[in-house]
Design a protein around this ligand. Sequence first.
Ligand SMILES: *Cc1c(COP(=O)(O)O)cnc(C)c1O
Length: 234
Amino acid sequence: MTTIEKNLAEIREKIAGAARRTGRDPREIRIVAVSKKVDPSLMREAITAGQQIFGENYMQEAKEKIITIEEKAQWHFIGHLQSNKAKDAAYFFDAVHTVDRLKLANALNRYAGEAGKNLSVLVQVNVGEEPQKEGVATEDAEELLQSMQGLSNLSIEGLMTMPPFYDDPEKVRPYFRKLRELADDFASRGYFAGAPSFELSMGMSGDFEVAVEEGATLVRIGTSIFGARPAGDE
Ligand SMILES: *Cc1c(COP(=O)(O)O)cnc(C)c1O
C-alpha cells in the first residue's frame, strides 16, 4: 500500500465515522483532493487509489496538470478566481467553488456557453466576515444568488466557505453550521432547484470531520493526503 492509498483509506474511514455519528449516509460526502503544488505522479497514485476529484488553486499550474494527467478525473477550481481567468476556468474545469461576485459569474456563464457545457458552481460565502478573506458577505449572498438565476450555462449547486482558522476544530463548528443553515434556507426557497445536486463545500485536513458532522458534501483535503506543501505557497 502506498502512503497516499493509506492516507485516503484513513480519511474515508473518518468521514464514514462522522457521517454515521450524525445519521448521514457516507456516500453523500466526496473528497476533493487538494493538489496545489503536488506533483502529477502523486496525483496519479491518488487516482489509482480511487480518488476522482482534484481541487486546484492556481490556474497556470492547474492547466498544465490537467493536460498532463490523462487518467479520468474531475477538476474543481477552489482558489481565488480573477475574471480574466474565467475563460480558462470554464474550459478546463468541471466546477468552480469560489464564485463571489456577479461579474465573475457572468464571465463564467459566457465562457461555459462558448465551451458548450454546463459548469457547476458554488457561491463562496465569507461566514466569518473576515475583511481579508474572499467570499461574498453573508448578508449579500442572497442578492448574488438572485442575480445569478438567469445564467443558463451555470448549475448553481450550493455554497462554499473558508472559515476563520483555529487549531481546535470545535471552534470552527459554528461557522460550518452557519453555512449549512444559510444553504438550507436558500434551498428551501428554491435557489438551487435547477441543479442536479446540492453541495456544501467545507472542511479541510484539520477539521473535515466536524464539517461532515455539520453537513459538508465536499471536503477539500490536501495535507492529509499528500503531506505538507512547501512553505509560503498559500
Ligand atoms: C489549500 C486549500 C485546502 C486544503 O488545505 P489542507 O489543510 O492542506 O487540507 C482546502 N481549501 C482551499 C480553498 C485551499 O486553498
